[in-house]
Design a protein. Sequence first.
Length: 320
Amino acid sequence: MRLLVFLGTGGVGKTSVAAATALKEAMSGRKCLVLTIDPARRLQTALRLEGGGPERVPLDAPPGGELWAEMLDVRATLTEAVRIHSKPDLAERIIQHPIFEAIANSLGGMQELMAVERIDQLMRRGFDNIVVDTAPSRHALEFLEKPEYFAQLAGSHWVKLVGRTYKLVEKSGMLSLGRKTIDIYARVEEILGASLVRQVLDFYSLFVGNAEGYSQRAENTLKLLRNPSVTDFRVVTAPQKALRDAQYFSKELNSRRFALGAYYVNRVWETQPARTDTSGIATELMDWYADIRESHLQSIAGLRAVTSSPIHVQIGRAHV
């Protein structure tokens, strides 16, 4: 199984390239899914997805393989994780808890946390390849960072202590705990309010096993994402910012120990139109096109000079 992760800034056609790559994989006889973790609905609109899980995309020609698509649903992913990794009665208590509602619907960072969880879930469903379409910004790499931060937090001594002792605290009135632990509860209640803190702690005392399980799964998935024999990170860019994007994403991926697989320079005006006897505005248009084309080719040449990674040139259409 292969993971193909597409990164890029806005307006470069990243979602289109990701979807086209998934289609090519399906036409080659593979069972491929394209997952967008971008909150925007570009892929959903383009493929007319209804939402609610993986959907098979009908193809005109017999492809030999299968094309599936999904837009990340944070609530559905979290609910599935709880149901899979909890006993039925505990799962229902967690899902019905008011804090679960708040976390699933509005907690910042859940999009990134659940992206890694969803990749783990989908890897267990028999796909040959999973193509991941990330958010169109330089913050796309946050989905690789936040799970690690969460794993560190969930694994910390004090978080484990709070999660595993709250029920004891609630029943004993804190009399059985040390002074330092009592001070922690008191300070948190002072900052956030006693009622909210008790709801949060009650929820986490139920959820702590899931949190620790998520941390382990996230660590395993991130190991696969760092394995170049499993995962390819591909940067989609446009000619006018190819060198800048390449320098940025190469540096950021290397600093996080992820391997860059290839660059896609999209919407390149590479074709040299035939010159005919023209004059006036037609000549000006031809000269303008030639200047743009030359700048695009120079950008690609500049990119080739600074990287050994493969560069795929996607031809743009310009009617001159």
